[in-house]
Design a protein around this ligand. Sequence first.
Ligand code: MN
Length: 232
Amino acid sequence: MDYIFPPIARPSVPVRGQTRSFAVRRIFCVGRNYNDHVKEMGGDPARSTPFYFCKPADALVPDGATIPYPMLTQDLHHEIELVIAIGAPGRQTSAADAERLIYGYAVGIDLTRRDLQAAARAQGQPWDFAKGFDDSAPCGQISRLADTGLINEGRIWLSVNGAIRQDANLRDLIWKAPELLSNLSHGVALQPGDLVYTGTPAGVGALVPGDRVTGGIDGLGEIGVTIGEALR
Ligand code: MN
């Protein structure tokens, strides 16, 4: 194929202990998947159901990167999340069968322009610009399911400059991996290379230039990124 300009390199995520990387196709994200985060955002868990939004695959940021403070926001927030890496096709997959879709897991951060999200919510507008901006998807190394086994519980945490901001347990996910992947696969045909950011627990908060952000999940290691000055 001859292109007008050179296509970008395929976004990818390194895999722990492997020389080959995980080529990323799409990034799906889940909103409102922990009750305590629904509450801190002013919602009522009893009247709330998790839902989806997307980020572009080229919004991925590797462990160790410095991320320029994004354009258009005065309120950049961190959201620590378990990321599921999809390794097999899944269309209308049952929860009982969904484990076979999982290639592995990673620690991710769903960076959010909270002020734009609040404005979009108030006006019934889409979240794309609040969620799917440049460098909005830090993702650490993928650990293979073959190495970790199924991960259904464990501590998930995030610190800023060494101070803990988010500290929860994966067992508090409303939609856990099997039902989440089954539900999602009834809306889109999941494909190898898809990433699913599974939602954030309570404790989200603002980041400013110079902040050192570290997050971790039991058994999956850590991710660290630094927020840099805004590009001019
Ligand atoms: Mn999120």
